[in-house]
Design a binder for this molecule. Structure first.
Ligand code: NAD
Ligand code: TDX
Length: 331
């Protein structure tokens, strides 16, 4: 199996490459990554001699076509992924998330290659804290941020190419991931590395926003199940039924690291901040028999803290650059 992994030097993509090569010794993996600020090539060091690494962008139609032409399956993780950045400058989000996906669609169409497109639950907008509803495959799209609007656009393109041109594609919309190799701009690694640096964690607004957390390895095992057993043309929502508010996450991190439970600060809120996400994963659990392995969030967070504590070289330089960006926006 020849797998083209776009965005394979980022958080979820690198974990996907490592998992794939650990589980399928015969897989041939090519990574296409533009190496933006969120990429870290060191994530792929353990498998550097087993993969082909191409530095390039899906927004470049020529390189994308060349690599797609010699793949059996493409897994599209490549994206600009951070909401706060999309509020500062949406331009790269349009390029990578929309134009990049369009280029991939045209290439898989021309070469009849199977595509799995990675998306997010943020395309559905948000839910109220007291709403008993969760997102399903039938929920209407209502994105709130420039990031989620570009991810929604990409999903619409994939569905249109599947219906109009018959490309062999699936989509998954996953909830918030945590685990090793996540960029320090994101909530959980930002707070872990703050604590490791002796800085108090920072909660946006009142800390009441709810996210539905899943370990990155569980996201990737679900992606693999869809590639192997999913029905072409279908969308699958991925989640581990783990809704937790941000304040509770910070308190858990403080507990795990032996700090007082009130050792954090509230900072200004994110404009347009989505209140709550929640995934109903019935379709993927019932139809594909997938289930998450990480069921104990506090144990997963403890392992993640240990990873960041053991891999300071991996994150130190990105930490300085990230906190400079946050300082400019007062968060
Ligand atoms: P990330 O920012 O850590 O990694 C993205 C990677 O893609 C980086 O290595 C970057 O260099 C690369 N990239 C960006 N634009 C590119 C382009 N045009 N061509 C080639 N490479 C490009 O992001 P992540 O958290 O690993 O997210 C991966 C995917 O999963 C994204 O599509 C994101 O929307 C989706 N997703 C993320 C989460 C989450 O919680 N992190 C949840 C659901 C879905
Ligand atoms: O310092 C912080 N303090 C804080 O309270 C940061 C960085 C975030 N937050 C809050 C905002 C959110 O309510 O924590 C929550 C999670 O924030 P992010 O890590 O920025 O994630 P989110 O905006 O929920 O989006 C994530 O999940 C869906 C990913 O970044 C997306 O790529 C994915 O699609």
């Amino acid at each position: 199996m020849r797998v083209l992994v776009t965005g394979g030097a980022g958080f979820i993509g690198s974990n996907y490459v490592l998992q794939t090569l650990a589980e399928q010794s015969e897989a041939h993996v090519t990574v296409l990554d533009s190496l933006n600020y969120a990429a870290n090539r060191a994530s792929l060091d353990p498998v550097a001699d087993r993969i082909e690494f191409v530095v390039g962008s899906t927004a470049d139609a020529a390189v994308t076509e060349e690599l797609v032409a010699r793949a059996d399956v493409v897994v599209n993780f490549a994206a600009e992924s951070h909401n706060d950045n999309s509020l500062n400058d949406p331009t790269p989000f349009l390029q990578s998330n929309v134009i990049g996906t369009w280029n991939l669609l045209e290439a898989v169409r021309r070469h009849d290659v199977r595509l799995h497109h990675i998306s997010t639950d943020e395309v559905f907008g948000d839910l109220a804290l007291d709403d008993p509803a969760r997102f399903t495959e039938e929920t209407r799209y209502r994105p709130s941020s420039p990031y989620s609007a570009t991810k929604a656009s990409a999903d619409h393109l994939v569905r249109a190419w599947a219906r109009s041109f018959g490309i062999r594609a699936t989509i998954s919309n996953c909830s918030n991931n945590y685990g090793p190799r996540q960029h320090v701009e994101k909530f959980i690694p930002r707070q872990i590395t703050n604590i490791l640096d002796g800085v108090r964690p920072k909660l946006y607004g009142a800390g009441t926003n709810v996210r539905d957390w899943i370990h990155v390895e569980d996201h990737n095992s679900a992606v693999q199940a869809i590639i192997e057993k999913g029905t072409v043309g279908e969308t699958y929502l991925i989640g581990a039924e783990c809704e937790v508010d941000n304040l509770t996450i910070v308190r858990a991190l403080l507990r795990v690291t032996g700090k007082p439970e009130d050792w954090f600060d509230f900072v200004s809120d994110r404009p347009g901040h989505d209140v709550r996400y929640a995934i109903d994963p019935s379709k993927i659990t019932d139809e594909l028999g997938w289930s998450p392995r990480y069921q104990d969030l506090e144990a997963g967070l403890e392992a993640t803290v240990a990873w960041y504590s053991d891999h300071r070289d991996w994150w130190t330089s990105a930490k300085h650059a990230t906190e400079e960006v946050y300082a400019q926006i007062g968060r």
